[in-house]
Design a protein around this ligand. Structure first.
Ligand SMILES: C[S@@+](CC[C@H](N)C(=O)[O-])C[C@H]1O[C@@H](n2cnc3c(N)ncnc32)[C@H](O)[C@@H]1O
Length: 377
């Protein structure tokens, strides 16, 4: 039976039948189904490793089906002795699809990760992949004095490049620092991206995809009481939250909020008549950079569809570029690690040169965020 299965899984040109059908065909009880599922997964992993992904289409396809059906099966397999051996061999493979499988990431992401490795190099990409199994800590953006206040409240607080990493047993929401707006939850990478888009005092900035305003608040704070940030988004509900956030931070006088259709540059009025000093396009994207906090996303999203926002990203960036004053700073950002949504988009903007930044593992114990600062060529 084992040999037959292994032959079938590894035979080139074969695809396994849908797993649900296989299990119901055997009229399996749930427990039996689980045991069978584990066994199939182990067999599939073994074949994939022994014969290479290309030579084992059945094994790879079955693995992906198993992940879709119940990701816990893969986890259970990985904990077993055979599973651990197979997992280690997958991780050591030269093939990105297999490396993905060894870290519980569907092998379909492999070709996209291979493109990332062309930019990052193999070692950094491998370290990044390994970190996807671990949840990052809680990061805060806080006003001066908030760190001491949180320590007094029993939190362990570490300051890293101006961001606070906090750990504590008490819910943060109950602290006065959080409730009164002196500290807010913001991932470290998001803060580092925002820092690239901070305007100088008295400057005028546009936060094109402002959403709930995480970066708007950071940009408006950098104005130091002079100048303004214009915040736009296509989602009015997010802008309503942004309004509250801006008020809580005491920045309402320096932030102009408005909905827009994302199609053409709105009429901003006299403040921006010479163009903006700084523009941030924090574009809609696959959100693949947030897998560490949303581990199910790698299973739910289809890698083939993942770079689907690239056209919209190019459109938003090209539109924003027309509103920049000569010599101004244009920043493009995503919470994605896909080259197709990051470097490819930034480098396609005519007349600009992109300086690329990627925040996240292994350098930052945080989400993965891409940013480029674009300057006239
Ligand atoms: C990555 S989120 C922005 C996050 C935000 N900057 C922050 O720091 O909280 C991308 C935003 O783009 C907005 N968006 C979606 N489609 C858009 C479009 N066609 N034009 C402009 N913005 C769009 C979404 O509503 C979303 O708020």
């Amino acid at each position: 039976m084992n040999d037959l299965w292994l032959q079938w899984l590894g035979a080139p040109g074969t695809t396994p039948p849908p797993l649900d059908g296989f299990l119901s065909h055997h009229r399996a009880e749930r427990r039996v189904a689980e045991v069978l599922g584990r066994w199939c997964a182990t067999a599939a992993l073994a074949v994939t490793v022994e014969r290479g992904t290309d030579a084992a289409p059945g094994g790879t396809a079955l693995l992906d089906q198993l992940r879709d059906t119940d990701p816990r099966l893969i986890e259970a397999v990985s904990r077993g002795k055979t599973g651990a051996r197979v997992r280690d061999r997958l991780r050591a493979s030269d093939d990105w699809s297999q490396r993905c499988a060894g870290h519980g990431v569907p092998s379909g992401w492999g070709p996209l990760l291979a493109r990332r490795a062309e930019r990052w190099g193999v070692e950094r990409t491998r370290a990044w992949l390994a970190a996807q199994d671990q949840r990052p800590p809680l990061w805060l953006r806080a006003k001066e004095g908030a760190a001491a206040e949180l320590r007094a409240d029993g939190f362990e607080v570490v300051d890293e490049r101006g961001a606070l990493r906090v750990e504590g047993r008490r819910p943060l929401e109950r602290t006065a620092a959080y409730r009164e707006g002196r500290a807010e939850i913001r991932d470290l990478s998001s803060q580092l991206l925002g820092a690239l888009a901070e305007p100088g005092p008295a400057q005028v900035a546009w936060d094109v995809c402002a959403g709930r305003g995480g970066k708007t608040v950071q940009m408006a704070t950098a104005l130091r009481g002079r100048g303004s940030v214009h915040a736009t988004d296509t989602d009015e509900r997010k802008l309503a939250e942004l309004k509250i956030r801006v008020r809580r931070a005491g920045l309402a006088d320096h932030v102009r909020i408005r909905g827009w259709d994302g199609q053409s540059v709105p009429a901003f009025g006299p403040e921006a008549k010479r163009g903006f000093d700084v523009i941030l396009v924090d574009a809609p994207c696959s959100a693949s950079g947030t897998w560490r906090r949303n581990p199910d996303a790698r299973l739910r999203h289809d890698p083939a569809q993942a770079p689907g926002c690239a056209e919209l990203q190019r459109h938003l960036l090209a539109l924003a570029a027309t509103a920049l004053r000569p010599g101004g700073k244009l920043v493009y950002g995503t919470c994605s690690w896909l080259v197709e949504e990051d470097e490819d988009v930034a480098e396609a903007l005519p007349g600009f040169v992109a300086e690329h930044h990627l925040f996240g593992p292994p350098s930052e114990d945080a989400d993965t965020m891409y940013a480029s600062v674009l300057r006239p060529a």
